[in-house]
Design a protein around this ligand. Structure first.
Ligand code: KE4
Length: 426
């Protein structure tokens, strides 16, 4: 009997490219048929055929308090009765700006929009407007959303201009983006020595979640901060994924590095579309209607989305929320390493707060080059074995995983039992 899932996927592919509204969901990296879901509650998901899963994607980070948290749902339902959108300012946006500023004091001013892509695109335009410079710097393996200038891969040499990493990106746009190796302080020093005064900004995932989990070297971040200060380049921490997940104050609090600008998303929308960018007041004052840098959005600061975000941010300020989340995630990581060791599988894992990385390699990688050495086939086999056992991991060897406050000791125990079976089958 054809499952509802199979039917939905076949029909979706006729009207939606790849049958999905975001490529990673298509399972192209791991093979097989993507799972269509119809319900989530706490740490669990149910697919359209009624199968239950323990969820370690959590919508790629937003569902940090678990799916359908009753207080979040209630707040959204109440707000919805007052209309869904005004296209005019509301007190909710001020509340969100105040809360973001309280939790991330480096964000002296903030502007809301509707996605992480919009946030990073807007932050970069603001940095260019503030400095009057065109060049931007990113790091290989970091993802900052899909605006043209960020879909760029490293040119042939350190100083050669970036090349498009996607169809449809003009070479003239990619040319302004320089790409360096993550955790490589020497490459940073060399680049700034040559073109430091031409760099508008450097954008970085302070803890990387988009080439699997990669942890920064403290010295690398300190070097980056010092070089940006010396050359007047704007340091942008892209905390769309790490914000309020790795620490209540984000990676900037965890590593005690103060960026000039920060971008946010995911958790601050609690599952609804919210992005944000902000930072030093002198930089943010460049934005229209005050300054010359234009940036806008019909649903920016949408009252329903902001309500979901405010309630989520309120819940994660509970005492010990982040230490408990980190402890639960560490329990998963340690249990997976022990299960792999018992079966002799080459495997490693680590976590930073509530996000984790799983690697079919001896060591935890610290760069794009290293993560590319991990055994992708083993990951794909492991992914499908876990999926069959009702454990839903990110469908790619190059994505981080996420734990929520709703993940119980029983969830972890069931996950580890499934992992032992998966490792044994390798
Ligand atoms: P969105 O435009 O997808 O809201 O945010 C883009 C973005 C920006 N910066 C960072 C650090 C991010 O992780 C993201 C989005 N993350 C991916 C997960 N790898 C979203 C999943 C997807 O593309 O479907």
């Amino acid at each position: 009997m054809t499952s509802i899932n199979q039917t939905l996927f076949e029909q979706s592919q006729r009207l939606i490219p790849g049958g999905v509204n975001s490529p990673v969901r298509a399972f192209r990296s791991v093979g097989g048929t993507p799972v269509f879901f119809k319900k989530g509650l706490g740490s669990r998901l149910w697919d359209v055929d009624g199968k239950e899963y323990i969820d370690y994607i959590n919508s790629w980070g937003p569902m940090i308090v678990g799916h359908a948290h009753p207080e979040v749902i209630q707040a959204v339902q109440a707000a919805a009765e007052n209309s869904l959108s005004f296209g005019a300012p509301t007190g909710l946006e001020l509340e969100m700006a105040q809360l973001i500023n309280k939790l991330m004091p480096s964000m002296e001013q903030v502007r809301l929009n509707s996605s992480g892509t919009e946030a990073t695109m807007s932050a970069i335009r603001t940095a260019r407007g503030f400095t009057g410079r065109d060049k931007i710097v990113k790091f290989e393996g970091c993802y900052h959303g899909h605006s043209d200038g960020l879909l760029v891969k490293a040119g042939s040499g350190l100083l050669t201009f970036g090349e498009p990493d996607s169809g449809g990106v003009p070479a003239s746009v990619a040319a302004h983006t320089l790409t360096l190796e993550y955790n490589n302080s020497q490459a940073l020093e060399d680049l700034f020595a040559q073109v430091g005064d031409e760099i508008a900004c450097v954008i970085i995932e302070p803890v990387v979640g988009n080439m699997n989990l990669i942890v920064p070297h403290q010295a690398f971040l300190q070097t980056l901060r010092a070089l940006c200060t010396k050359h007047g380049a704007v340091l942008i921490f892209d905390e769309v994924m790490t914000g309020f997940r790795v620490h209540l104050g984000g990676a900037q609090a965890l590593y005690n590095i103060k960026p000039d600008m920060t971008t946010l998303g995911k958790v601050i929308g609690g599952g609804l579309p919210v992005g944000a960018f902000g930072g030093r007041k002198d930089i943010m004052q460049c934005l229209a209607p005050v300054g010359k840098v234009y940036q806008a959005g019909t649903l920016s600061g949408n009252p329903i989305a902001v309500t979901a975000g405010l309630k989520t941010l309120q819940l994660i300020q509970a005492p010990n929320f982040h230490s408990k989340l980190a402890a639960q995630t560490a329990k998963l990581v340690e249990g997976l390493k022990a299960a792999a060791a018992d079966t002799g599988v080459i495997f490693n894992a680590q976590n930073v707060g509530g996000m984790f990385g799983l690697y079919f390699s001896q060591h935890c990688p610290s760069s794009y080059h290293e993560i590319m050495q991990s055994n992708k086939e083993h990951f794909n086999h492991f992914f499908h074995s876990m999926l069959d056992s009702g454990v839903y991991l990110g469908p790619s060897a190059f994505e981080a995983g996420f734990v929520s406050a709703a993940h119980t000791d029983e969830d972890i125990a069931l996950t580890l039992a499934a992992a032992r079976k998966a490792f044994a089958s390798l």
